[in-house]
Design a protein around this ligand. Structure first.
Ligand code: LMR
Length: 341
């Protein structure tokens, strides 16, 4: 490296630290969007990110280059949020259960057990004023919300059958960094433990945790089913994402580029949300076919017992996520013809 290239590298480094790494004011140069996420490429989010890259690069005629870093290759859960605020990455799609540490605890409303009676209600929430209102809360943190992406309904896994509520007693269950999820497992008398997604497989393998909850696509692509003897299809809760960008970066983009990227994001969102259910159905079928874990679906009576144990979490977490927000979601349910509670 010559002195000059070294100096250029150091300057770039200093800029990155200051959060100015990709200031796109030099509009003729190519603009790089680093898109970091923690799941495999072969998941609803992984595929959505790849589709956005394709569409964005095409729409901007190569003026924008999107670099996708899957599987926590660049940052783990907590670090990626810090990196976004610093401008070391420009785009993320964290699970909605991971916004609490950022100070946007209202997003944890998505973690309340049984809050969404069906996908139609979820769509009304994410595409309506509730979803937009939540994005507003990010602005003061230097973050802009662009879209909501689906993953799907969670299953429970452990090294023992999980049929009745009492089966959870004293189990160490890995959770995402959400106080609502913590409360959910406490309601089941289990011991919740926050762990980054990238650490879950090993924690299961070594017995640091006994079990967890996740979507079939995440369980399968991380091979969690190989280190968990039992999986229960319970439909007790949801995992989805917010695609977010560094606000300063986004607003400094040339207007034409931003418009092209917004259109690419819109199309990638339709794609991701269209494939999510099938990706999870296929993953569950593959888990069953592997024969490595016993898949069990709750009976109606068991479902009712879980609901009785978990619905009180709506009340106990109201002060954290906001009763008004919970009520707004109940209202969307009622507008869709479902009576809540
Ligand atoms: C998890 O941490 O369990 C998942 O939410 C990861 C993800 O992004 O789907």
């Amino acid at each position: 490296m010559t002195i000059i290239t070294m100096r250029a590298a150091l300057t770039a480094c200093a800029f990155a630290t200051l959060g100015l790494s990709a200031t796109p004011a030099l509009s003729q140069q190519s603009i790089v969007i680093k898109f970091s996420h923690v799941v495999a490429n072969d998941t609803p989010k992984g595929k959505g990110a790849e589709r956005f890259k394709e569409l964005a690069e095409k729409a901007t005629n190569g003026r924008v280059k999107v670099e996708v870093y899957p599987n926590s290759t660049l940052y783990k859960d907590k670090e990626e949020l810090e990196a976004l605020q610093l401008g070391s990455v420009q785009m993320l799609a964290p699970s909605l259960a991971k916004f609490g540490p950022l100070g946007a605890k209202e997003f944890e409303v998505f973690d309340l057990p049984y809050i969404f009676p069906n996908k139609a209600v979820l769509k009304r929430v994410t595409e309506g004023p509730v979803g937009q209102g939540l994005f507003q809360k990010l602005e003061s943190r230097g973050i802009k919300g662009l879209a909501y992406w689906d993953n799907g309904m969670k299953v429970m896994t452990a090294n023992r059958p999980l049929h009745k509520v009492s089966d959870f007693r004293a189990l160490k269950m890995r959770i995402q960094s959400s106080k609502v999820l913590d409360e959910q497992f406490r309601a089941l008398k289990a011991n919740p433990q926050v762990l980054a997604f990238s650490e879950v497989y090993q924690a299961m393998q070594t017995g640091v945790v006994d079990g967890s909850e996740n979507t079939p696509s995440n369980v399968y692509t991380q091979k969690m089913h190989e280190v968990q003897s039992n999986l229960t299809v319970s439909d007790h809760g949801y995992i989805g994402y917010a695609v977010i960008v560094n606000k300063k970066f986004w607003e400094a983009l040339p207007a034409d580029v931003r418009t092209q990227l917004e259109a690419a994001m819109k199309e990638a969102t339709v794609y991701a949300n269209t494939i999510a259910q099938k990706e999870n159905d296929d993953a569950l079928a593959a888990i069953k076919a592997s024969g490595k874990t016993k898949v069990y679906t709750l009976s109606e009576d068991e479902k009712a017992e879980w609901r009785r144990a978990l619905l009180p979490v709506h009340k106990s977490m109201a002060s954290r996520v906001g009763q008004d927000l919970i009520d707004a979601i109940y209202k969307e349910s009622e507008a869709a013809g479902v009576k809540m509670n």
